[in-house]
Design a protein around this ligand. Structure first.
Ligand code: ATP
Length: 896
């Protein structure tokens, strides 16, 4: 619907009746468009997407890397070296700048691509009728004229003129800001072309949300030609939120940066007082600042997170918000739905019950209802469904499909029943009432068919059908029914009740669920997922308590929880009504005793999350329904179901399970723990390296020693150690025992567990050994650190030794960073192929710089003697060995 500048609709679909709209759009409601027609319209109208902001080109990304204070300083240094004729130095500095930028572009690009790929996986899909069948397609493939099917919990995928609606309510806050859902009705026609958007009851607009009811609509506007398209000036698709850790590290990076600048300034001032070569010291201070300021830290963390979430998507967990990755590592309570997550969601009706009579339903083949009441019971169950089952192909809720299969077994297929008993009104299922009703024609009259949770059915029934007679539902009868239901629930069966009543005229939905006549019950099995038992065992080992939250009955829930090892007795269960009866404080106090919450509604879920959180727990909560959004948002990790979940629940969640499986939550927690640990490894490694460089230079200046490293050498080392080894640590395969440890306390410092000490010890050792190697080189030629004038050649030789030790010790040290407690052999020396690759690459490059004559000349280094190569390699191994010894000591102490 396009409007002119006065807001008057030009193509006002809302002022035409349904038939006219369908005619103009050349589509048949029952058939929808043909695939060929849809394809051709897609060519004409383009994809149904809101335009996103133009992406940064690679070149722009490259130049944005250069927008950094440090880089400006380096570029300044390059110009100065150029002016005074130190051409090789200026070339090296420029090369470092360019290489750094290229690596930066690569990291940013890779991280962005990973996030984008994840976002693609979560783009909404739409139910459309094409070639006569209802199919689910990507919303972006919708075209004007498509017939779209809507139900509660779905986002409206394009602008629609409604053509059919049942109790439809749509929340339009995305468009109008109004958060109270509007009632919609396809049969309205608005003559006035100036009718405000908010009043257009026969239209549904893109990005708004169905909160209740169902409907069909025909697409009248797609992409930017929608109401939302007109107000959206371009979406920023890759909005990335910083994780708490990223924020803390950015803060840390800044602080360390200032400290580094302080130290560099100090070095420069001291050198000034010592009357050293000013220009040389200026370059040294700048290079050291570049090397020591952990400017690469945010990029490394971003790429480790991005690669981590990509890995998680391969195990069926799509992380929507990056902070969730970190929180996952701290989760100690998993609240999980039952149906579909812990169980297979493959329902089969096993038993029927009418007053005092159980009947077994045959596994295969057909049967005949032996009694009139039994026949009526099945009829009500079949008519009161929205699922479909045609030639063995089904769509819809598995509970309902099971009922349709039951109908077919008893020669009552839904199609045939509905042909004789057309549906004229309905009250849809919701998880608060746990009931559903339809009003169907029954000869010249009408009949209400209601099905739902048996306890709720008992509450709204006042009569029962006993041996074909309508009798008042006495307490005795109720008790009989309860006993029968519990008998089935105790066998882990889901029990549903059915009731009916006849009316002379069409009644309002609110009047349907009153004074009903109870027909009977069905008991259906939903087998537990086999793999869940092991996942629950693992979760418990990892210090995580899994609990079940279900809309199902207490006994059914308890039976399944016990089969899965989640609960040990009925005493660990509590029902929604018990929660309501308990004062909030008491509930909070006792929450830790429960493992199963049964017959809960979505509001209870929020209460449960809050009660767990009040004890400092970090809670993950699953959800799929329209009303689950508040609990998903309240939980520390909201987990939505990818298959059965509504768009609303997916929108409110932090993570989506593409397989709806509980096991995936546990795997995701494991990944979350690994990712956090890996970030820690990278960061501690980076800081150790930087510290090593500072120690070597600072000590030399303070003790009046000659400089062990030239500025270009410092820049070079920074390039080969800060990039690839750090990233390789970030994608470490991880600790095999990670799920044998307790969850991480979210308040715990990043440097807890001796990480800071490791960085300080490692860094100091690297720095000291660099100086020792330098000393060695001088000493071999008969000079000391404090000797007055050392010949250029000797100095170069000693510098080369320091240069190799500083670079190679960092590379080796990275191996030891892989585990804070286990030896490198236990972790597997070669189990991180990337790290081995990064170390080898570093060593080869380092060797190349020394052995290729023109590089050696540029970096002012010399070939070492074989004996000195052995010495520098041995020196370079020391930080690794010392760290391994410290770990050994810790292990021995812990054992004692
Ligand atoms: P979970 O919350 O573990 O996924 P659930 O699927 O049992 O469990 P709900 O979908 O809220 O949770 O269902 C709650 C109860 O409502 C069920 O136990 C059942 O008795 C009843 N019920 C479920 N589906 C329907 C339906 N389509 N029509 C009528 N009643 C239903």
């Amino acid at each position: 619907m396009w409007r002119d500048k006065d807001g008057v609709a030009i193509l006002s679909w809302f002022s035409k009746d349904v038939e006219q709209v369908l005619n103009e759009l050349q589509v048949n409601q029952r058939q929808g468009l043909t695939d060929a027609e849809a394809q051709s319209r897609l060519g004409t109208y383009g994809e149904n997407k809101l335009k996103s902001k133009p992406k940064k080109s690679i070149v722009a990304l490259f130049f944005s890397q250069l927008k950094d204070m440090l880089i400006y300083v380096l570029l300044g240094a390059a110009v100065i070296t150029l002016l005074i004729g130190e051409y090789t130095d200026s070339v090296i500095i420029l090369l470092v700048v360019i290489l750094n930028a290229i690596i930066g572009v690569f990291q940013e690009f890779k991280a962005e691509k990973a996030i984008e790929a994840l976002q693609k996986m979560t783009t909404p899909r739409a139910l459309v009728r094409r070639d006569g069948d209802v199919v689910e397609i990507d919303s972006k493939d919708l075209v004007p004229g498509d017939i779209v099917v809507l139900d509660a919990g779905r986002y409206i995928p394009a602008d629609l003129r409604l053509i059919e609606s049942v109790n439809l309510q749509i929340e339009e806050s995305a468009l109008t800001g109004e958060s109270v859902p509007s009632e919609k009705d396809a049969s309205h026609v608005f003559e006035d072309p100036k009718t405000p958007l908010g009043d257009l009851a026969n239209m549904a607009f893109m990005s708004t949300l169905v909160t209740y009811g169902r409907a069909e609509g025909v697409v009248v506007g797609t992409g930017m030609n929608t109401e939302i398209g007109k107000i959206a000036k371009g979406l920023d698709e890759t909005q990335t939120e910083m994780t708490p850790l990223q924020k803390r590290l950015a803060e840390l990076g800044r602080t360390l940066g200032y400290i580094a600048i302080g130290i560099c300034a100090l070095i420069f001032v001291v050198a000034l007082i010592q009357k050293r070569d000013l220009f040389e010291m200026f370059l040294t201070a700048i290079s050291l600042a570049v090397a020591a300021i952990p400017e690469g830290l945010p990029a490394i963390v971003a790429i480790v997170l991005a690669l981590g979430v990509t890995r998680m998507s391969r195990i069926n967990a799509i992380v929507k918000r990056l902070p969730a990755v970190e929180t996952l590592g701290s989760v100690n309570i998993i609240c999980s739905d039952k149906t579909g997550t812990l169980t297979q969601n493959k329902m089969t009706v096993l038993h029927l019950y009418t007053h005092r009579e159980f009947f077994d339903v045959p596994d295969e083949g057909t049967a005949t209802a032996s009694k009139r009441t039994q026949e009526k019971l099945i009829q009500t169950f079949v008519l009161c469904t929205d699922a479909t089952l045609v030639d063995g192909e089904s769509t819809g809720d598995p509970t309902e499909i099971a009922l349709l299969v039951l109908g077919e077994k008893y020669h009552m297929p839904k199609r045939e029943l509905e042909a004789g008993h057309e549906r004229v009104a309905e009250r849809p299922f919701d998880s608060d009432r746990k009931l559903m009703s339809t009003l169907n024609k029954e000869g010249s009259r009408y009949r209400v068919h209601t099905k739902g949770a048996f306890d709720n059915i008992l509450k709204i029934a006042t009569y029962a059908l006993v041996d074909g007679e309508k009798v008042p539902l006495s307490e005795q009868l109720k008790a009989d029914y309860h006993r029968a239901a519990e008998e089935m629930s105790d066998q882990a069966l889901r029990v549903l009740g059915a009731a009916y009543k006849d009316t002379d005229e069409i009644i309002e939905p609110e009047d349907m669920e009153k004074d009903l006549i109870l027909l009977g019950l069905v008991g259906m099995i939903d087998p537990p997922r086999l793999e869940v038992k092991e996942a629950i065992r693992q979760a418990k080992l990892a210090g995580i308590t899994p609990v079940m939250i279900t809309g199902d009955h207490q006994h059914t829930a308890a039976a399944i929880a016990m089969q899965l090892g989640m609960a040990t007795s009925l005493g660990q269960t509590i029902s929604g009504s018990d929660i309501d009866a308990m004062p909030e404080e008491e509930f909070k106090q006792k929450i830790g005793n429960y493992r199963v919450f049964s017959r809960v509604s979505p509001e209870h879920k929020v209460k449960i999350v809050k009660a767990f959180q009040s004890h400092g727990n970090i809670v993950s909560m699953t959800g799929d329904g329209v009303n689950d959004a508040p609990s998903l948002k309240n939980a520390d990790i909201g987990v939505a179901m990818g298959i059965t979940g509504t768009d609303v629940s997916k929108g409110a969640s932090d993570m989506i399970l593409t397989d709806d499986n509980f096991t995936t939550i546990v795997s995701a927690i494991k990944e979350g723990r690994n990712i956090y640990n890996n970030i820690k490894k990278s960061v501690v490694f980076l800081l150790s390296c930087n510290l090593g460089e500072i120690v070597a230079i600072l000590a030399s200046v303070l003790f009046f020693w000659p400089m062990p490293l030239l500025p270009t050498q410092i820049l070079w080392i920074n390039l080969i150690t800060d990039t690839f080894p750090a990233i390789a640590l970030g994608v470490d395969p991880g600790d095999k025992d990670v799920m044998k440890k307790k969850p991480r306390d979210p308040k715990e410092s990043f440097f807890a567990g001796g990480a800071a000490l490791r960085a300080v010890i490692g860094g100091s050792l690297i720095g000291i050994l660099t100086l020792v190697a330098f000393y060695f080189g001088l000493n071999e030629h008969g000079y000391q650190l404090w000797s007055g004038s050392i010949p250029e050649k000797v100095l170069t030789y000693a510098e080369t030794m320091a240069f190799v030790v500083l670079a190679v010790s960092q590379l080796f040290y990275s191996l030891s960073m892989r585990s804070a407690s286990h030896s490198i052999f236990r972790v597997g020396l070669f189990s991180n192929k990337y790290l081995i690759g990064a170390i080898l690459l570093g060593i080869v490059l380092q060797f190349a710089v020394i052995s290729v004559p023109f590089l050696a000349a540029a970096f002012h280094v010399q070939m070492l003697s074989l004996q000195d190569w052995v010495i520098v390699i041995l020196f370079a191994l020391i930080p690794l060995l010392v760290n391994e010894l410290i770990k050994l000591g810790m292990r021995v102490r812990n054992k004692q």
